[in-house]
Design a protein. Structure first.
Length: 597
């Protein structure tokens, strides 16, 4: 079993085959539309696929542009055109493609639609993607038409992720000593306020806070209220002070928002479970009331919310609007793959109505295709695919540098411009990068160098920058012990000062050189056998050269490149750099990198 099971079931090749066959069976849309984020007055092309043992002779879209249900009598209809058959070897059969073009819409239009195909020689319509036989039960699709790209500040962001219970208890307050790692260690909002100077000194200009609503757990992903603050962490006044103090330092504040589920101790769930006439019954998905219901990964303590249009959806949208009104700058959306896509279309509209420059990005641990499908519904998704690539290359060293470059070439080309992919090398649900790398700080530095010199906004999980590691893997046998990756932050003399200085230099260099955020990337050297690699980031007259030596011996690299300024040098490790005409020579120690600007 691969040690990084956090990357989802599709890391298993057998599961990929199952998913592939499922995607070609029946009537499927799977949010295939172009463009993903339609602008005002731009047509929208919808794609439908039919496959499997049933024959279909027609396909149709039912849609509204006035926010009404497309299952209603007011829906418009559009016939899709048959594009012919394609052969699929895995399925050992044919699939058909159908395409329809929705007419352009003005700004601030919510297009809601259903798609269906008709079984040949019958009046039986099958709706995508859930194969419903009735429009009232069909999968709802929606796309918000507006010109509201990801905010400009998101591209400039360097994000520090604070896991609240494990970050800092406050000046003069010792860590608590819980009986197990799942207990409370005592981090507080006051502790974050008192460490804002530390965060600012490292150059971070955004903080992402783990959930801070009332909760029975240390992690907070099981809220019992979305409008107040967990008393262990502090008060509403503390939170307001934190937001104001962060903003005064030029630091944006991002909340962790969980829409898919919450705690079984939530008052609405308790009422729905105990009262057959509860107004909250429809907030949940019951298999057999009162004890059998849909839950996050079948964990009974985490009931899943019914996010079809209705009261539960409205409650969550209102909570999201509320915190933006209190000064929050954006949301990291937990388990964003759980709620339906049309919910996120409503979520984006709701958030932008309050804060046009809010940044919203989702946790979607899935394929690139699935992640891409959230374009237009949120600003983008956390880059789990890049995270895995960097861990395979530098932590486990199971990929060589050619494999990394092959991945990066496809990855950078696949997602549309403007699709935000905040990037990271570890988080609170996976083994710390340092632990995965066998506590080899040189590997961590190379992974971080790559992270900070690619185009998307980097995220650092608190403690990664000072050498926080763990004692054992998060998965032992069949049981996941995620708390191993959530050990308390190190402070004072416990911190690895040299590693901290390295991360500070990376942040400073990224913020000081816009080419690292906006420039195009081009490879100028790659020798997988020797373990050496170099790429340039360039944007007009500005450029930066990034060089790696993953090998075990010192290397001297001669690179065909003449775009460096006359005072260029390695700003990261002071490696020797010589520039003569159209050639740059770089001397690199084993297991080291250089950032030359």
């Amino acid at each position: 079993m691969h040690p990084d099971r956090i990357f989802g079931r599709l890391i298993d090749p057998d599961q990929r085959v199952v998913q592939h066959r499922e995607n070609l069976s029946g009537v499927k849309h799977l949010h295939q539309l172009e463009p993903l984020d339609p602008q005002p007055d731009q047509p929208i092309t919808l794609t439908l696929t039919t496959g499997g043992p049933l024959a279909f002779d027609a396909a149709r879209c039912f849609y509204t542009t006035d926010d009404r249900d497309p299952a209603g009598v007011s829906a418009l209809s559009l016939d899709l055109q048959d594009q012919g058959a394609v052969w699929d070897t895995v399925e050992w059969g044919y699939a058909r493609r159908w395409i329809g073009v929705l007419p352009p819409q003005p700004a601030r239009t919510m297009v809601r639609y259903h798609l269906a195909a008709r079984v040949a020689s019958s009046g039986w319509w099958v709706f995508a993607d859930n194969q419903a036989a009735r429009a009232a039960e069909a999968t709802d699709f929606a796309v918000w038409v507006d010109d509201d790209p990801a905010p400009a500040w998101a591209r400039e962001a360097v994000v520090y992720h604070v896991f609240l219970d494990r970050f800092y208890p406050g000046d003069g307050q010792p860590w608590l000593q819980p009986a197990s790692l799942s207990g409370f260690f005592g981090g507080t909002l006051r502790g974050v306020i008192q460490k804002l100077d530390y965060i600012q000194s490292l150059g971070f200009n955004a903080i992402w806070l783990s959930p801070l609503f009332p909760t029975p757990s240390h992690h907070g992903y099981d809220a019992t209220d979305l409008y107040t603050v967990e008393p262990r962490l502090g008060t509403r006044a503390d939170l307001a002070e934190l937001i104001d103090a962060a903003h005064a330092r030029g630091i944006r504040v991002i909340f962790d928002f969980v829409a898919n589920h919450w705690s079984s101790a939530h008052p609405t769930f308790r009422d729905a479970q105990s009262n057959p006439h509860s107004p909250y019954r429809d907030w949940y998905i019951w298999k057999r009331w009162p004890d059998e219901y849909e839950a996050y990964f079948n964990v009974k303590e985490l009931p899943q919310l019914n996010l079809q249009p209705g009261a539960a959806r409205d409650y969550l949208l209102e909570a999201a609007r509320y915190w933006l009104q209190q000064g929050v700058d954006g949301y990291r959306l937990d388990f964003a793959y759980g709620p339906p896509h049309d919910f996120w279309s409503d979520f984006r509209r709701a958030c932008r109505s309050v804060r046009p420059d809010c940044w919203i990005f989702g946790e979607v641990v899935h394929t690139a295709e699935a992640q891409r499908s959230y374009g237009g519904r949120m600003d983008g998704t956390l880059d789990f695919l890049l995270c895995r690539a960097l861990r395979e290359t530098f932590a486990f060293e199971t990929w060589n540098l050619m494999e990394l470059e092959a991945f990066l070439c496809g990855h950078e080309a696949y997602f549309p411009p403007g699709f935000s992919r905040p990037s990271f090398i570890d988080n609170r649900d996976m083994n710390r990068f340092l632990f995965a790398a066998g506590d080899d700080r040189a590997r961590l530095k190379l992974g971080a160098l790559t992270l900070f010199t690619l185009g998307e906004p980097p995220i650092v999980y608190n403690g990664t920058e000072v050498g926080v590691t763990q004692e054992r893997p998060i998965h032992e046998g069949t049981r996941g012990v995620f708390e191993e990756a959530r050990l308390p932050m190190k402070w004072g003399d416990e911190q690895d000062a040299e590693l901290l200085a390295y991360f500070r230099r990376l942040v400073d260099l990224r913020r000081a050189h816009p080419v690292l955020r906006h420039g195009a990337r081009r490879v100028v050297h790659l020798d997988a056998e020797a373990g050496t690699y170099a790429y340039v980031r360039e944007d007009g007259a500005a450029c930066a050269l990034v060089v790696f030596n993953r090998g075990d011996v010192t290397r001297t690299l001669t690179l065909p490149f003449n775009g460096l300024p006359v005072d260029a040098r390695d700003r990261l490790n002071d490696s020797t750099v010589e520039a003569r005409g159209a050639v740059v020579t770089v001397h690199l120690n084993a297991h080291s990198g250089a950032l030359i600007v």
